[in-house]
Write a protein that binds this ligand. Structure first.
Ligand SMILES: [Zn+2]
Length: 223
């Protein structure tokens, strides 16, 4: 399989650089006199990396929502289709689908955001309560943030903050972040003692943390 190079930019440089643009196109920056054959050869050596990056770029693309029938939204790790309904008591309701009242379509972004935040408050508060009780840890309150990559934090006063985006992730991932922050109530840093404690509560925490690193960018509404 030959990888398609969308653009080659020659310049005074000594090495080759591959750039995957946000639309998935491959741009190669190459030294002035490097032949096309050599560039193609280099690119084919990097096939796996390029395909992986293009896949990620494609996944990011679908994050721009138009709020139309059949479009999917992540909730607790499940891809849930949107369905517009003509008559409904609430602007948005979840059963097998995420049902959006048609008269609210023009403000769908805000309606969905509000719904995610409500779900997040409920779910995160109850997971925190559950594990705090289980491990006899005391916190002062739970706060919601909108952070994109800072999944959670723990203040010196014992306030636990979590981004609402976490409710797009599977519950095992939510639990990892919750337990991570709960352990910070006792150990503020990321020392080996900290990770030992996390592992004691969640023996497979590394797998969950890796999932978050690899997939965190998907936990976004694209609005
Ligand atoms: Zn931490």
């Amino acid at each position: 399989m030959q990888i398609k190079i969308d653009q080659i930019i020659h310049s005074h440089r000594k090495s080759i650089a591959l750039i995957i643009r946000s639309d998935g196109k491959l741009v190669v920056r190459a030294p002035l006199r490097l032949s096309h054959a050599r560039i193609q050869e280099f690119v084919s050596l990097k096939t796996n990396w390029i395909l992986a990056q293009q896949e990620k770029a494609a996944a990011r693309q679908i994050l721009v929502h138009a709020f139309i029938n059949g479009e999917t939204f992540l909730f607790l790790g499940k891809s849930t289709p949107l369905e517009l309904v003509d008559h409904a008591r609430e602007a948005l309701r979840l059963d097998a689908c995420l049902r959006l009242r048609r008269s609210d379509q023009s403000q769908a972004g805000q309606v969905i955001l509000k719904w995610y935040r409500q779900q997040a408050r409920q779910i995160l508060t109850s997971r925190v309560k559950l594990y705090a009780q289980k491990y006899a840890l005391s916190y002062s309150k739970v706060r919601l943030s909108s952070a994109r990559t800072r999944w959670g934090s723990c203040s010196s006063k014992g306030t636990l903050s979590f981004t609402w985006r976490l409710v797009m992730a599977p519950v095992e991932i939510i639990d990892y972040v919750v337990i991570h922050e709960l352990v910070h109530l006792e150990i503020k840093n990321h020392s080996s003692d900290f990770w030992k404690k996390v592992q004691e509560y969640l023996p497979d925490y590394k797998k969950r943390r890796a999932w978050l690193k690899a997939n965190g960018y998907q936990l976004d509404l694209g609005i």
